[in-house]
Design a protein around this ligand. Structure first.
Ligand code: BTN
Length: 274
């Protein structure tokens, strides 16, 4: 299978924002995040988009695995053919970054993903992307300091076609539920420039100005939630730093730890948003 990636078009669009930017497509790697973190630690600190057609050891948040089908997804075709394509898009953006305050970066990234792909996509704090009450994409952000430089790796995995949900904590959704023609190259092209723009804007402006936009896509707003740190209550959006606000029996709690995972109580739909 040979995939036509829009590497040149992406490079041309992004390089004015990120001088020295390159695009690299690999048929296979353990994990695009692991690879860019490895490279950064050996001093390769230029901005790069690294796409893998297959990951053998994809990683998720909280030390979890990220499994994505390699290829072979069949998509329906108006001409009766069933061309093969990747069933997931997996890539990482690596770049030096120096915001005054890092809090809220993962929310800003999630927002760029949902805003650039489809109006039905929602965010589950801090940065899972959900569709139709199921997870459709995940984001893993890691940083490393090399000398004076803080290098940031933003990894994104998006299910394009339905996948086997066996063993998953959350059943999976697929982007083709709302974008039947979505393929990996087109989805990448739609996403990368807005993502880079959002990350650069975050670097200078921080998260606070994005709060209302986050609330517009907030899956949890107004719903009963359970957090892995034991907090239960009604989600009330995020504060200016991106911390989750949960109205509990003992008052409003702020959850900012990336180690905490939150889920909506099944069957509770959001009432109204601010
Ligand atoms: C999560 O939902 O827990 C985050 C999943 C992040 C997966 C992406 S796929 C590309 C990049 N490489 C990885 O190993 N992980 C991220």
């Amino acid at each position: 299978m040979s995939i036509r990636w829009p590497a040149e078009a992406i490079w041309e669009a992004v390089v004015p924002l990120l001088p020295g930017f390159t695009v690299e497509i690999l048929p296979q790697v353990d994990s695009t995040n692991t690879e860019l973190m490895r490279r950064a630690r050996t001093g390769q600190l230029e901005p790069i988009l690294l796409v893998a057609e297959r990951q053998t050891a994809g990683r998720g948040r909280l030390g979890r695995d990220w499994q994505s089908g390699a290829s072979g997804g069949k998509r329906s075709d108006p001409h009766g053919e069933a061309p093969e394509g990747l069933s997931a898009l997996t890539f990482s953006l690596g770049l030096p970054l120096q915001p005054a305050d890092w809090s809220g970066l993962s929310l800003a990234v999630g927002l760029a993903v949902v805003q650039s792909l489809h109006p039905a996509l929602q965010l589950k704090w801090p940065n899972d992307v959900w569709l139709h009450e199921r997870k459709v994409a995940g984001i893993l952000i890691e940083t490393t300091s090399v000398g004076e430089v803080r290098y940031c790796v933003i990894g994104i995995g998006i299910n394009l076609l339905p996948r086997d949900s066996a063993g998953l904590r959350t059943p999976a959704a697929a982007l083709n539920e709302v974008l039947p023609d979505a393929d990996a190259p087109g989805t990448l092209e739609a996403l990368v420039l807005p993502l880079v723009g959002a990350v650069k804007a975050f670097e200078t402006e921080g998260f606070a100005a994005l709060r209302a936009d986050f609330h517009a896509r907030d899956l949890l707003y107004g719903r009963e939630v359970i957090c892995t740190d034991g907090t239960t209550g009604v989600a009330r959006g995020v504060d200016a730093s991106g911390a989750l606000l949960v109205h509990t029996a003992s008052g409003m709690q702020k959850i900012s730890s990336a180690e905490v995972s939150v889920r909506p109580v099944p069957g509770t739909a959001a009432p109204t948003k601010p």
